[in-house]
Design a protein around this ligand. Structure first.
Ligand code: 5GP
Length: 231
């Protein structure tokens, strides 16, 4: 049997409810235990609801760290700064795949300038530990020589990935090269963090949502949350 005490939400309902920071959102577990593809939302800062605890086999809990509305406000603020800083220059945004695609999609619409977008794909992050190993799996489509390039990252953890990408891209002689990162974990920085535009500084927890994944999942969450693995 399923949970008995929690209110059940449809996905649409949950989207409306789960905006507030501190809410706990639970992924649907195995299909046989969660017929109908429903998810549950337990309100309150970092609390499990009793029924969610009873039902957590196979599920994962996501604690909301950055609510949708806070992210939107911050993306708009970054967009205004970029718009002012690059006025009249040939801006090219380079998104780092895959995680940055959500942030980049919102960011471009917050920038009021003519611009182009390209992507660079790097080897995906395995598990929850930083490997420091970076491999370009898909390169830019067009040359960036002479362009003002803004590298758009979802998250800067140790900074090794950004460092590698900056070294690589700078050999292609862009007119300028700066970094915009939605999330930064300052306590984890191992190289001088060259982040010019930063959305949020967050604690050293593994986060998902707003483009960020865990083993490929959770990218579509409209908020940023900390993953809590079940025992
Ligand atoms: P860095 O090289 O800065 O240590 O790591 C950067 C990459 O690690 C990011 O581009 C991202 O793919 C991954 N990463 C680091 N921290 C997190 C996290 O909390 N959540 C997720 N989903 N990925 C992370």
């Amino acid at each position: 049997g399923g949970p008995t005490r929690s209110t059940r939400f449809t996905l649409a309902g949950a989207r409306a409810e789960r905006r507030s920071t501190g809410a706990v959102w639970q992924e649907p577990g195995p299909p046989d235990r969660h017929a109908g593809g429903r998810i549950r939302l337990a309100p309150g800062p970092g609390r499990w609801q009793g029924s969610a605890v009873a039902d957590r086999l196979g599920g994962e809990m996501v604690e909301v760290l950055l609510a949708e509305a806070d992210i939107r406000r911050q993306v708009e603020a970054i967009g205004r700064r970029v718009t002012a800083d690059y006025a009249g220059r040939p801006l090219c945004l380079v998104g780092v795949l895959k995680g940055s695609f959500v942030f980049l999609a919102d960011l471009v619409r917050a920038i009021d300038l003519p611009l182009t977008v390209d992507f660079i794909g790097i080897s995906s992050y395995a598990g929850t530990k930083s490997t420091g190993v970076v491999k370009i799996t898909s390169d830019l489509v067009r040359p960036i020589e002479g362009l003002d390039v803004l590298l758009v990252e979802d998250i800067v953890d140790t900074g090794l990935t950004v460092r590698y990408l900056l070294d690589n891209l700078s050999t292609r002689r862009p007119a300028s090269l700066k970094v915009c990162a939605m999330l930064v974990k300052p306590s984890r920085a191992r190289v001088e963090g060259p982040v010019d535009y930063r959305g949020f500084a967050i604690p050293a927890r593994f986060v998902v949502g707003y483009g960020l994944d865990h083993d490929g999942r959770f990218r579509n969450l409209p908020f940023v949350g900390a993953l809590r693995r079940e025992r």
